[in-house]
Design a protein around this ligand. Structure first.
Ligand code: ADP
Ligand code: MN
Ligand code: MN
Ligand code: MN
Length: 372
């Protein structure tokens, strides 16, 4: 099993230092999305006292030429604090600070999709849009081989692993448990977890979150997962199809509702929204992975509980459709629907913005994309 050298450093020795009183000052770890639109970066600064809200946090900067975010000749980028969480690694009173990235001219960096999402969410705040995202991921060794798989072969075929228990079925549960508690400590809105269909693949769910909170909480939950995996010496992949062939891919199903969908007669509102989504399939595919559909093309084959990337479909309890109405929602005639198309490596700001633009702002039109 390939694990990192850092994970083998003596953790008892480390504990001696982390147990030292830290005095009145506070460590704030600033986190941002890099130029790839998928990678996360972080760096820490000392604050003189504990910040009580995001307004108490100073702006900062970093070298964008080292994060695929700018040319070396004009490389200073601004970090603008956007959301603050408790730090489950350094613990109270230390903080995790999710930031927006602005360029030298204070325009949003290309990979900063938060600003646009925030503006769209503020236009529909009275409709109380709620989201819940199901983040699937795969654990890998440092050699890129799935965690716990035989070093020169494959485990037994899919079937026993989904929600499985036992050493021959659940690969890497320590990481899942550590991540869940760390998210609860951070006050990330995590609402569940389960083992997935492919061994070494897992899922956690975040939600319901209103508006911009969805993206903020999911990005911080992803950061915490990367950081927990680092401690264990393994790697988390959000690739939508990490192993080709007869193995499930990894998605980020996005559940969505508004005040009207959650009330009496809500099923009709859900059906109207699905009609709008049907007319804008390619626009959504374009927004649902960082490469405009290219990554998802490997996953959305119409097999392995996915729909075909070229076809829109919807149905009650249908896990082979683009949009699924959960059975309970069909029975209650109100609730929410699930968009099964987003890839595991999607930007949640882009996904939630697209849903609001189509379903609530009723925007039309397709950006034609070539994801062949
Ligand atoms: P699945 O059956 O598709 O695996 P999960 O239990 O994994 O579903 O995830 C359900 C998701 O739906 C969770 O993220 C939860 O927060 C979200 N959710 C529940 N109710 C609502 C709602 N009314 N609006 C939006 N999202 C919701
Ligand atoms: Mn799920
Ligand atoms: Mn799943
Ligand atoms: Mn789902």
């Amino acid at each position: 099993m390939a694990t990192s050298a850092s994970s083998k450093l003596n953790k008892v020795v480390k504990r001696q230092y982390l147990d030292l009183p830290q005095g009145v000052r506070v460590q704030a770890m600033y986190i941002w999305v890099d130029g790839s639109g998928e990678g996360l970066r972080c760096k820490t600064r000392t604050l003189d006292s504990e910040p009580k809200s995001v307004q108490d946090l100073p702006e900062w900067n970093f070298d964008g030429s080292s994060t695929y975010q700018s040319e070396g000749s004009n490389s200073d980028m601004f970090l603008v604090p956007a959301a603050m969480f408790r730090d489950p690694f350094r613990k109270d009173p230390n903080k995790l600070v999710l930031c927006e990235v602005l360029k030298y001219n204070r325009q949003a960096a290309e990979s900063n999709l938060r600003g646009s999402c925030r503006r769209v969410m503020s236009r529909v705040a009275s409709e109380q849009p709620w989201f819940g995202m199901e983040q699937e991921y795969t654990l890998l060794g440092t050699d890129g081989h799935p965690f716990g798989w035989p070093s020169n072969g494959f485990p037994g075929p899919q079937g026993p692993y989904y929600c499985g228990v036992g050493a021959d079925k659940a690969y890497g549960r320590d990481i899942v448990e550590a991540h869940y508690r760390a998210c609860l400590y951070a006050e990330v809105q995590i609402c569940g977890t389960n083992a997935e269909v492919m061994p070494a693949q897992w899922e956690f769910q975040v939600g319901p979150c209103q508006g911009i909170d969805m993206g903020d909480h999911l990005w911080v939950a992803r950061f915490i997962l990367h950081r927990v995996c680092e401690d264990f010496g393994v790697v988390v992949s959000f690739d939508p199809k990490p192993i080709s062939g007869n193995w499930n891919g990894a998605g980020c199903h996005t559940n969505f509702s508004t005040k009207d969908m959650r009330q009496e007669g809500g099923l009709k509102v859900i059906e109207d929204a699905i009609e709008l989504l049907a007319k804008r399939h390619r626009y959504h595919i374009c927004a649902y992975d960082p490469k405009g559909g290219l990554d998802n093309a490997r996953r959305l084959t119409g097999q392995h509980e996915t729909s075909n990337i070229d076809q829109f479909s919807a149905g009650v309890a249908n896990r082979g459709a683009s949009i699924r109405i959960p059975r309970a929602v069909g029975q209650d005639k109100k609730g929410y629907f699930e968009d099964r198309r987003p890839a595991a490596n999607c930007d949640p700001y882009s996904v939630t913005e697209a849903l609001v633009r189509t379903c609530l702002l009723k925007e039309e039109g397709e950006e034609p994309v070539d994801y062949s």
